[in-house]
Design a protein around this ligand. Structure first.
Ligand code: F6P
Length: 323
């Protein structure tokens, strides 16, 4: 292992820069050359690489986004696109590549490894959705969840003042991790997540019961699921059962930006070091992660083929504490 590349792919996540910085410093400490591949798989297909040294990664640990930029590139889902990427890896003389991203990134990497005898590939989980199997937390989740909690706190002030019902929609695509943890931390009354069937009549009834026992506001945290904006429909349907003054707030991309929290900086640093050390140890086709406090290396295909379950105990305590 002499020369490695690093890229960020898919949705950006706060803490990715901490991870890049850690990987570069670890590479340099081990006398490896490291280049940054710009704009994720788009840059990999085009061979768009920049040298990374200590100067390039100075003062970035506190920055959200990714200095390498990112993309979602449909061409990588074609064999032709992946073969172009494999050719670029060869041109760039890379022995290994660190890929920071989520399920889509690792799906792409699995297909690349199957299509071509290419460089060693090691993944690092970076996604605010936290839906990657093989790690308790993904880089970016903590910052996004804290952003959602701050929003819930602010909305609670105005909800309480007007005795209103609010639907707050958080990101997370088909996973409810962001909704569940921000809902617990924000003291939300109700949760709507893709993992569970929801009856509008029952949801409305529970909201009504809350006001009946003296609550002065209600917050329903809604996970966006497959269709961002779904909370407008839910609010309308609940409105058919309840005659309450309600409002909808969709947090959207606000949750993806801003300085990473301590947890995301530490996780990014830990996994950035682990990824480069894994390459040096000769590993390939796996994703570094942290499970129960231990560093792990999960086969890339498991990270997107296996479903990461919601923590049942956290789900239980949400209901217990919201009543
Ligand atoms: O996967 C991260 C994520 O922020 C999801 O929560 C969200 O559904 C999606 O990306 C939004 O993607 P885009 O930034 O391409 O609109």
């Amino acid at each position: 292992m002499r020369r490695i590349g690093i890229l960020t792919s898919g949705g950006d996540a706060p803490g990715m820069n901490a991870c890049i910085r850690a990987a570069v410093r670890t590479a340099l400490a081990n006398n490896l050359t490291i280049v940054g591949i710009r704009r994720g798989y788009t840059g990999l297909i085009g061979g768009d690489a920049v040298p990374l040294d200590r100067t390039a990664i100075r003062n970035i640990i506190h920055l959200g986004g990714t200095i390498l930029e990112t993309s979602r590139n449909p061409e990588f889902y074609t064999r032709e696109g992946r073969l172009k990427a494999a050719a670029a890896i060869e041109r760039l003389k890379l022995d290994g590549v660190v890929l920071i991203g989520g399920e889509g990134t690792f799906h792409g990497a699995t297909m690349l490894a199957a299509d071509a005898d290419t460089a060693a590939l090691v993944g690092v989980p970076g996604s605010i959705d936290n839906d990657v199997y093989g790690t308790d937390y993904c880089i970016g989740f903590d910052t996004a969840a804290n952003c959602a909690v701050q929003a819930i706190d602010r909305i609670r002030d105005t909800a309480r003042s007007h005795e209103r019902l609010f639907f707050i929609e958080v990101m997370g695509r088909t996973a409810g991790f962001l909704a569940l943890e921000s809902g617990i931390a924000g003291g939300a009354e109700e949760l709507v997540i893709p993992e569970e069937e929801v009856s509008m009549a029952r949801l409305s009834e529970r909201i009504r019961e809350g006001f009946t026992i003296g609550k002065k506001s209600a917050i329903v945290v809604v996970a966006e699921g497959e269709t961002p904006g779904i909370s407008f429909r839910i609010a309308r349907e609940v409105g058919e059962h309840l005659d309450f003054d309600s409002r909808v707030v969709v947090l959207g991309h606000l949750q993806r930006g801003g300085p990473p929290t301590l947890r995301d900086r530490v996780l990014g640093s830990l996994l950035g070091v682990a990824a480069v050390e894994a390459l040096i140890e000769g590993r390939s086709g796996c994703m570094v992660g942290e499970v129960g406090g231990d560093l792990t290396c999960t086969p890339l295909e498991d990270t997107w083929q296996k479903k990461k379950p919601l923590d049942k105990n956290l789900r239980r305590i949400f209901t217990l504490l919201s009543e």
